[in-house]
Design a protein around this ligand. Structure first.
Ligand code: ADP
Length: 211
């Protein structure tokens, strides 16, 4: 199954992609995680994108597309995958279409207020990438990942300034993809304003049981 998870920042794409990946046995491919990892390791790519990601702007299409193209050529992506955070622009979607056909686009819908509330309390594990929220989904021990014991941190782009910019960028550049995929009859809307479990139930309904 080849899936795209589409939606504003904070809609829960990353959390749900993790759950669906396990349940359906397909890898989660997150462009945001790839960029953050490159920034952490201070690679050439990391140096190029550090400021862009910190501001909440989009990395240029050409660079992002070639990265995804390489990732999708890896053997583990042969049996399907979840694209989490890609495509984010019409040119990215058009480029993807040239080399891969999707089965469905899961569209996470949510209000701006909830997005801001979620992102301003988000914490991420530095080691395994698991996602928490200081109020809604706290780790058992403060600052420590339940899954791997790694340290939790606040993403540098989870400041109010960057969150507001990311929402703006989403509306201008990414939201047009909703109609793009609706026209292709690939779009499956789900309400992601409630708990991850509730969202997972809806996703199971639209995707069907894992094969
Ligand atoms: P969120 O959905 O919470 O904004 P992501 O982890 O998906 O976070 O993305 C973090 C940042 O990585 C984005 O703000 C952007 O700078 C960059 N990025 C991720 N995916 C893409 C993409 N498909 N195209 C361009 N930039 C991207």
């Amino acid at each position: 199954m080849k899936l795209i998870f589409l939606g504003p920042p904070g809609a829960g794409k990353g959390t749900l992609a993790g759950l669906v990946s396990k349940e359906y046995g397909i890898p989660q491919i997150s462009t945001g995680d790839i960029f953050r990892d490159a920034i952490k390791r201070e690679t050439e790519l990391g140096k190029k994108v550090k400021e862009i990601v910190g501001r909440g702007d989009l990395v240029p299409d050409e660079l992002t597309v070639s990265l995804v193209r390489e990732r999708l050529a890896q053997p583990d992506a042969g049996g399907g995958y979840i694209l989490d955070g890609f495509p984010r622009t019409i040119p990215q979607a058009a480029a993807l279409e040239e080399f891969q056909a999707m089965d469905a686009v899961v569209n996470f819908t949510i209000s701006d207020d909830i997005v801001i509330e979620r992102l301003s309390g988000r914490e991420v594990c530095k080691s395994c990438g698991a996602i928490y929220h200081v109020k809604n989904m706290p780790s058992r021990v403060k600052g420590v990942c339940d899954k791997c014991g790694g340290p939790l941190y606040t993403r540098p782009d989870d400041t109010l300034e960057s969150i507001t910019n990311r929402l703006d960028v989403y509306k201008k550049q990414t939201e047009p993809l909703i109609n793009y995929y609706r026209k292709k009859k690939l779009l499956r809307d789900i309400d992601s304003s409630k708990s991850p479990e509730d969202t997972l139930v809806q996703i199971r309904t639209v995707l069907g049981k894992p094969k």
